[in-house]
Design a protein around this ligand. Structure first.
Ligand SMILES: NC(=O)c1ccc[n+]([C@@H]2O[C@H](COP(=O)([O-])OP(=O)(O)OC[C@H]3O[C@@H](n4cnc5c(N)ncnc54)[C@H](O)[C@@H]3O)[C@@H](O)[C@H]2O)c1
Length: 356
């Protein structure tokens, strides 16, 4: 930390530690810092995956808080620590309440706490639903950049489930140079499909937009398929829908039956994370009793440790890593600090003399 609010001084006058100021960063500030920065964020996410792959991070399993009285809801804690030039620790605390959507507010809400590397003191609380959607979309666009190599450039994209995450993924793909002749939409909710179509119309998207009434039609007519539903268990199970070997971004993790994965090449972001919590890769592991169906991680692909076959469907299943939230959150924090707009809560840490 470079900024100093208060030096904690022991009674005898010996300086013991430096406590950083505690800042709060609103969603509007987060959005302002990230808007239009797709290429830079993609590079940041790539560098963070490489750092994580090299072991310069701590990223324990996410902790899922679930409620007997609200079975569709959950709040997940993602603690992490990142080394490299960023050197920051922290926690994303993210709620998923799918019923919110019917009430007109987004499903997910979140905060990100950043902790100082030197003292452990939390030094910032950021609105994090935008950070989370941004790092997810950046990771998806990064996967397309690496996994589409050696394949025909995808020109027909199809989205299964078109909420906030689908919108961010579309923004990141177009912001990093992709354009599509055809954009397919399939959603169980006609309102969601219409909302996403309206978003594309507003952008003035050049490609032809089609709303499909079945996932089968959409998948068969797309060479890049994005799953961003809230399905709790597989609803796509026929491998023949994938016989044209599409690239599949399986962002919502639980849409595909194990049979689909077993007929595909599978890349994940982190093996231990992804094979948990009844994700489709977890179901495939339970069915086969092994992990042979996994090719490796996206970092393995980027580092050239594995070669991706082009004659099978290719499924990327990213569990979503806390280190990505930290990297993007610290990027936002640094930008807000350098603009002079950090809202500091004076005296947030107040009891700073151990013996009064
Ligand atoms: N892997 C990651 O890193 C990561 C990160 C963030 C979010 N996610 C996941 O992305 C998903 C989407 O998040 P969101 O915020 O956009 O949610 P959202 O609620 O805004 O949108 C989800 C959409 O999926 C639709 N849907 C649900 N089941 C469907 C089905 N079987 N077929 C077609 N459409 C269906 C819903 O009608 C809704 O419109 C969630 O599952 C979330 O957990 C993953």
């Amino acid at each position: 930390m470079t900024t100093v609010l208060s030096a904690v001084t022991a009674p005898e006058g010996v300086e013991r530690a430096i406590v950083p100021p505690f800042g709060v960063i609103s969603g509007a500030q987060v959005q302002g810092a990230l808007q239009g920065q797709e290429k830079e964020i993609l590079e940041l996410v790539e560098a963070t995956y490489r750092l994580h792959g090299a072991g310069d991070s701590v990223n324990p399993p996410s902790y899922f808080l679930r409620f007997p009285d609200r079975p569709s809801a959950r709040i997940i804690a993602l603690p992490a620590s990142i080394g490299g030039p960023t050197r920051v620790d922290g926690l994303k605390w993210i709620s998923s309440f799918p019923e919110n959507v019917a009430a007109g507010v987004p499903r997910a809400s979140a905060v990100l706490i950043l902790n100082d590397h030197g003292t452990g003191y939390p030094f910032a609380c950021l609105e994090a639903s935008i950070i989370s959607a941004t790092r997810t979309a950046a990771s998806a666009a990064l996967a397309v950049a690496w996994l589409s190599r050696g394949r025909p450039r995808p020109m027909r994209i199809g989205f299964v489930g078109v909420g906030l995450i689908a919108r961010y993924i579309h923004t990141f793909l177009t912001g990093t140079g992709w354009s599509f002749d055809e954009i397919g939409i399939h959603d169980l909710s006609a309102d969601s499909a219409a909302g996403f179509r309206g978003f594309l119309d507003q952008l003035g998207t050049a490609g032809r937009v089609t709303v499909h009434d079945s996932a089968e039609n959409l998948i068969r007519s797309s060479d890049l398929v994005v799953f961003a539903t809230v399905a709790a268990e597989p609803h796509v199970s026929d491998p023949s829908w994938f016989q044209h070997n599409p690239l599949v971004l399986h962002v919502s993790l639980r849409d595909l039956a194990p049979e689909i994965l077993l007929g595909s090449t599978n890349v994940v972001d982190d093996v231990e994370h992804c094979l948990k919590a009844n994700t489709s890769p977890h179901l495939a592991e339970q069915l086969t009793g092994n992990r042979d169906f996994l090719l490796g991680t996206l970092d393995d692909v980027m580092a050239g440790r594995v070669t991706v076959p082009t004659d099978r469907p290719l499924v990327f299943s990213p569990f979503g890593l806390g280190v990505l939230d930290l990297a993007v959150g610290k990027y936002v924090y640094d930008k807000v600090v350098s603009s002079g707009d950090l809202h500091i809560i004076d005296d947030f840490f107040h009891e700073l003399r151990r013996h009064g």
